[in-house]
Design a protein around this ligand. Structure first.
Ligand code: DP6
Length: 425
């Protein structure tokens, strides 16, 4: 490092996706290192619709490590941030900053301070795995800044895991397994990619962001209470999940949607059963979530084979999978029939993401939604209700790719001259 010039700033910007588990992680065997009691499998979602973008910067002019999340400064004091920063710093390499001609020696990473700005392209309050994308992006971005290559497959995922367990799976695109591992130090508790996002390209994902005023129990607290008080969680982790993991891997490898759907729904329902088996019981799903499940199960039963798979994390939002765009159209029609927007909303604010499916099924405006008729699985003449206004919005998306580095400085969230957040970030 050149002692005379203190004004240089080196920074990189990266983007990392969120992921949704189809075999859930719930329960830790080590709280500090974040080691799970079972393997889990997730689908990475398209970062165009659901991702975190993070700029990490280093400069001798920075006086402490600082972070801004969605424009607001947040504390880095928590053990989770500190563990990630320590693990990454200890692996830093000599870096030549070509722009400014500086050389950062690997030992300098211990002394130099970092500025971090991160932004989610979806509302954090929507209860969509923002910490998974956030920690994955932080670790990936810092690894790029410090020129760190993995010494073993999954090394970076083992660092992201220490920020938030599910974050380890966001380091890969497509279909990802988090192997629980056996080692005490957690070095073998890593994520591996089962197949990339191109493997099952026809799959369509629909997220229903369900309105909720209730403050939910965090995953961290919820799973701790489940491990301490639920009997079912131990049966699940020891007997049920190992078999499901094998079957789910097979279903993904063979594009077997029926098995995929059956296992994903059963696993989501068992995870919520574990929550109910916890003392005091934890309720993540609400009435709207239950109504979504009812309508999807009714449709699946009517058709005789699963048309749609659903899964719910630690909140009321539904994530639904369908095998192709045609079935996605059928699903959207049903959802918009049962759960129309309240009258203040426009169709373009109610269905976001890849909205081209709407056009394919002839839905162009609110008038088209109002004229939707009851789906055939509702018996003629039987009384049923529709529920306007209980869903905030839908996101149409698909399996997506893993983290990327932005080459272009336009994407940066920190001012390259000052190292402080840009207005818009
Ligand atoms: C229900 O990864 O948020 O989404 O490791 O304590 O940070 P911590 O928990 P977190 O838990 C995610 C739980 C889940 C299921 C899953 O993603 O596998």
């Amino acid at each position: 490092m050149e002692a005379d010039s203190q004004n240089w700033i080196l920074m990189v910007t990266a983007r990392a996706p969120t992921n949704i588990a189809v075999i859930k992680y719930w329960g830790k065997r080590d709280e500090k290192l974040i080691l799970p009691i079972n393997d889990s499998i997730s689908v990475t979602l398209d970062p165009e619709h659901l991702s975190a973008t993070t700029t990490v910067a280093v400069s001798p002019s920075f006086t402490s490590d600082r972070m801004w999340l969605n424009g607001k400064e947040v504390s880095l004091a928590s053990e989770r941030y500190q563990n990630c920063l320590r693990e990454i710093r200890s692996r830093g390499k000599d870096v030549v900053d070509e722009k400014n001609g500086n050389i950062i020696k690997k030992e300098d990473w211990q002394k130099l301070h970092l500025h971090i700005a991160s932004h989610n392209n979806f509302p954090t309050a929507a209860g969509l795995a923002s910490s998974a994308a956030g920690f994955a992006c932080l670790v990936y971005g810092l690894a790029k800044l410090m020129d760190i290559e993995e010494r073993y497959q999954g090394e970076l995922s083992a660092i992201a895991r220490q920020g938030s367990g599910s974050a380890c799976r966001s380091l890969y695109g497509g279909f990802v397994k988090w192997i629980m591992g056996k080692e005490k130090d957690g070095s073998d508790s890593v994520a591996v990619q089962l197949a990339n996002e191109k493997h099952w390209e026809e799959l369509v994902v629909l997220v229903a962001v369900v309105s909720s005023r209730q403050k939910e129990t965090s995953s961290t607290t919820g799973m701790r209470e489940s491990v301490e008080t639920s009997e079912l969680i131990h049966h699940r982790s020891q007997e049920v999940v190992p078999k499901r993991i094998v079957k789910m891997e097979e279903a993904i490898a063979k594009h077997d949607f029926q098995s995929f759907a059956r296992i994903a729904c059963a696993d989501s329902n068992q995870f919520h059963a574990v929550c109910l088996d916890t003392s005091p019981p934890i309720f993540y799903m609400n009435d709207t979530s239950h109504r979504i499940i009812n309508s999807l199960e009714r449709w699946n039963r009517f058709e005789g084979t699963p048309q749609v798979a659903y899964t719910f994390d630690a909140g009321p939002n539904a994530v639904m999978f369908v095998p192709n765009r045609k079935v996605a159209g059928c699903l959207l029609k049903r959802l918009l029939y049962y759960f129309p927007p309240d009258s203040s909303k426009s169709l373009s604010s109610y269905v976001i993401g890849d909205t081209s499916i709407l056009g394919e099924i002839g839905l162009k405006s609110m008038v088209d939604i109002e004229s939707l008729t009851a789906p055939p699985e509702l018996q003629k003449g039987s009384s049923h209700s529709t529920y306007p206004g209980v869903i905030d919005y839908f996101i149409c998306t698909r399996p997506g790719k893993g983290p990327i580095l932005f080459r272009n400085e336009d994407q940066a969230l920190l001012n390259p001259k000052t190292g402080f957040p840009l207005e818009s970030s």
